[in-house]
Design a protein around this ligand. Sequence first.
Ligand SMILES: [Zn+2]
Length: 521
Amino acid sequence: MKKYYVNCVIYGSEDTAFATEGNRIVSTGKTDDILAGVTPLQEVVDLNGMFVVPGFIDSHMHLLELGHYLFNADLSGCRSNEDIRKELNAFCTRNPDAEWIIGRGYHEDTFTDHSVPDRQFLDSVSADKPAAITRACGHVMTVNTKALEAAGISGDLELDGGRVTWSTGLVEENAIHLIHDAQPKHTPEMLMKYIETGSSYCNAKGITVAGSDDFLSVAKDSRLVQDVFEKMAYQGRMTVRVNEQCEFEDIKTFARFLDDGYTMDVGNDYFRIGPLKLITDGSLGARTAAMSKPYHDDPKTSGYMSMSDEDIEMFVKLANRFNMGTICHAIGDDAVQRVLDVFKDNVLPGNPLHHGLVHCQIMTRSQIDQVLRQKLSCYIQSQFIDYDASILEARAGKLLAKTSYPFRTLFEGTLTSNGSDGPVEMPDPLFGIQMAVTRKSVNHDASMIQDECMTVEQAIDSFTVCGAKQLFMEDRLGQIKEGYLADFAVIDQDIRKMDPEKISTAKIVMTVMDGEEVYAG
Ligand SMILES: [Zn+2]
């Protein structure tokens, strides 16, 4: 059955209407011409001049982890114990069958009434079910009596690099594993719920496709997670198309995966195997990103690599033999250099497999030049600018800050796509577009050099047509065009005409994926 969308402004087109049938866009044209072909029983949606963009493509995130984060109680907005109680009670109402009550993200330094969550408080929230809440930093947890009992803890406990204090229910560092081990294992059904939760969140932001790294997040079992995604794709339950950025426990597991016949491009348009993903260093915020020189604001450390040069090369070479591209998380300029050294001799001219760098943050001029020369793929996250603008110079120093986050240069010089790294930043392409265009923090009084500001069109492209190219789907996604898959988002106004500093206030009115409405605002 055909469905008509009329009276709209279509990004990348002069047309004002289009029709879908099944999961495809079957025609585009002027509203009057399109309306002329409508028969009385066919559905017509009048978009009243609103702005239609191709479904946003978030080219690097962690969909499963995002869903897991959202599925549990989010305590990041709590300013008192009573706020925590409300969130946990809401979690229980949403999940009456949950065996454990789990929350994360509280920050008692910000509590306005100076309350501190402890065992007695959590007992008052739940006396019969175990409850565990993790602080924002992830290094400390508070639990109730039931949770301690479930973990076999009956008093104070000291262990290597960890501690449990019975009186307060405070569980620190390595002792957190004891609580995690006592919690129910993530069953395939739970993993599916997380994926659906994460997908719904994305749909509400206009996202219909994600390059997603999930194999080792939450369940830490690549085969199990792959099975879950394949099953959901087969059952037609995906509302975000996933291009999996495959991380593995070790090279043996990767070899087995390849032996089983998997490599890049195996799968379908709901779940497809993407590139091999390697994590080579840490983060700028935690000063664990590997830098060539000590941190400007902490000369005692220059971060560190999480993989050896030999291992990076071994993985890349094995992937190459199976026509699988490799993308490397590399944030510090030392990590970038080591990855570039491996790519130098292991990437074919023109980079047909889209070997690339994820994050593209701390970089030198000569590193940027090599990326452009070799046409390496760049996966940027312009949303990072909001926080990182406030720490970049302090961490990296003035000189290095000048050539860092060189998003416009990368966009204009090589294949560059945008994303959120959710749940590190909560996916929000409109906010990402605003950050790419303004490079001005909203939540901090800071900005990044303005030479690297993208135009609004470039920023939209980085979340649509370039994302589709990055994931080898440009023949069917990333544009509103006849024959393309019916993935699109309707925004209440043309963001090209807005004050760039306000773009993120535009509203997603509707998201359609595969011809089906997956979100209505
Ligand atoms: Zn990531």
